[in-house]
Design a binder for this molecule. Structure first.
Ligand code: 6PG
Length: 247
């Protein structure tokens, strides 16, 4: 059984550098293999470090074909993109205007089920235009975790695994313990079906969840979000890395 690949950083600058190397390697490879490269990103503390790493990477990769890279939200709060709670909004504020078009459009409806449906339709349209019936297979998915073990907006004891069908990649959440309560999220099956999953986890309060991921303690959704092909990568700071037993 393959252990996750672990990167430990001393500070944010080193974390960004590690992310940049990872993105450079993945983008170079994936752009050769695929028509469209799909990158999922999370909210919370991620927009800041991801954006730095991504913009540095794309500056490095000069001949980048922008039209073939798409970024989407792994989970999103059910708010308009100019709302302070919006994950997409957090990214748009950090990205230069001319790159805003690489983000998959998001529309917020009163009923989160409509929002989820709309976002799934957009994921299909922009990422898999020629593959109507197929299940999502995203290229790289970046996840955060909460101290309770949630990832994306999949919370312990509430994972949306049950109702998933081939046609449901995105689920509505109306009772998120982390505010705001109304959200949408990729389903666990979508996370598991991704080609690459990378967690970015910092802080001592998350060391226990890192241990849970390492030991596959499945009561934590974060520990379930492992791609079938085993390509799991962890980006940790020294504190979060204390959760890894062998270190
Ligand atoms: C959200 C996020 C969520 C986040 C974790 C970790 O919408 O709230 O996508 O899943 O990644 O809660 O958040 P922090 O990195 O801020 O601790």
């Amino acid at each position: 059984e393959m252990k996750p690949e672990v990167n430990v950083s001393a500070d944010e600058t080193e974390l960004v550098a590690q992310l940049r190397r990872y993105l450079n390697e993945k983008l170079t490879y994936l752009l050769e293999q695929n028509g469209i490269v799909s990158i999922g990103v999370s909210g919370g503390s991620m927009p800041k470090v991801f954006t730095k790493a991504f913009l540095e990477t794309t500056e490095e990769l000069k001949n980048l074909n922008w039209k073939r890279i798409r970024i989407f939200m792994v989970d999103e709060r059910n708010v308009e993109k100019d709302d302070d709670d919006s994950n997409l909004g957090a990214y748009l504020k950090l990205f230069p205007q001319e790159l805003h078009e690489i983000f998959i459009p998001f529309t917020c409806y009163r009923d989160a089920r409509h929002t989820a449906h709309g976002y799934e339709m957009n994921l299909r349209k922009y990422l898999f235009p020629e593959q109507n019936g197929t299940f999502a297979r995203f290229d790289v998915v970046f996840l955060g975790v909460g101290p309770d073990g949630h990832t994306a907006s999949l919370f312990p004891g509430k994972e949306r695994l049950d109702k998933v069908t081939e046609l449901h990649w995105v689920a509505a959440i109306n009772d998120s313990p982390k505010p705001p309560a109304s959200r949408i999220t990729l389903t666990m099956q979508c996370l598991q079906n991704a080609k690459n999953v990378a967690f970015i986890i910092t802080g001592i309060q998350k060391a226990e969840i890192v241990r849970g991921i390492w030991n596959r303690e499945l009561r934590y959704p974060a520990a379930q979000a492992r791609p079938y092909n085993e390509k799991l990568t962890l980006f940790l700071d020294e504190e979060a890395a204390k959760g890894i037993p062998e270190r």
